[in-house]
Design a protein around this ligand. Structure first.
Ligand SMILES: CC(C)(COP(=O)(O)OP(=O)(O)OC[C@H]1O[C@@H](n2cnc3c(N)ncnc32)[C@H](O)[C@@H]1OP(=O)(O)O)[C@@H](O)C(=O)NCCC(=O)NCCS
Length: 172
């Protein structure tokens, strides 16, 4: 591994890499409560939903390879939540701990702060997901609660940790 990770807007052509990255975490991790890896086509539809909401969908590259991605999506569908977004960050297995999550989340926050959104919420699967909790804490996300045993995956009940961060000065 050499060089520093960079970020850019994702493209259709990145979906293959994005699917591989996400599939690993679906099959082996508790960050996502999905159990079956979505197809490239389904991830393409989800990406289009993000873009239609005027929200960013980014990838990180290292040595010209896609090694992670991040995006923001509406937190909930009801109109009252219209200024609240949820973030997602996934780094390719084997590339953790090299600052890729950091650049992806930094770029995502910076892009979202240009828009009208006021709060970014991280819904983190598993209280033991120290990497995700640590990453979000490093960017000023505060613990907003733990919803206990709301997921069942790999034969056990799993908590969901909520963390949130104001965007810009929009916490008033
Ligand atoms: C969570 C995840 C995105 C972090 O990405 P990463 O590239 O490994 O993290 P980075 O190397 O950029 O670390 C950035 C900061 O996060 C925190 N962090 C990262 N890994 C950590 C760990 N294992 N324990 C505690 N804090 C950690 C640290 O504050 C770190 O800063 P530092 O290196 O200056 O100490 C990555 O581990 C991942 O894809 N995990 C599986 C999917 C997931 O949980 N996604 C989040 C869904 S909400």
């Amino acid at each position: 591994m050499s060089g520093l990770p960079t970020t850019r807007d994702s493209r259709e052509a990145d979906l293959d890499a994005i699917q591989q990255i996400y599939a690993f975490h679906v099959l082996h991790g508790l960050a996502s409560f999905e159990e079956t890896p979505p197809s490239i086509e389904e991830l393409g539809r989800r990406r289009q939903d993000v873009l239609r909401s005027d929200l960013p969908h980014l990838v990180a590259e290292l040595d010209d390879a896609v090694v992670g991605y991040s995006y923001a999506s509406p937190y909930r569908q009801q109109p009252a939540y219209c200024r609240t977004i949820e973030n997602s960050v996934y780094v390719r297995n084997g590339f953790h701990g090299h600052g890729i999550g950091r650049v992806l989340l930094a770029a995502l926050i910076a892009r979202c702060e240009l828009g009208p959104w006021r709060q970014m919420v991280a819904v983190i699967g598993d209280t033991e997901n120290r990497a995700s909790i640590g990453l979000h804490a490093a960017f000023g996300f505060q613990h907003a609660g733990t919803v206990r045993s709301v997921g069942f995956k790999f034969g056990r009940w799993v908590d969901s940790v909520l963390m949130q961060r104001a965007l810009g000065d929009q916490d008033t």
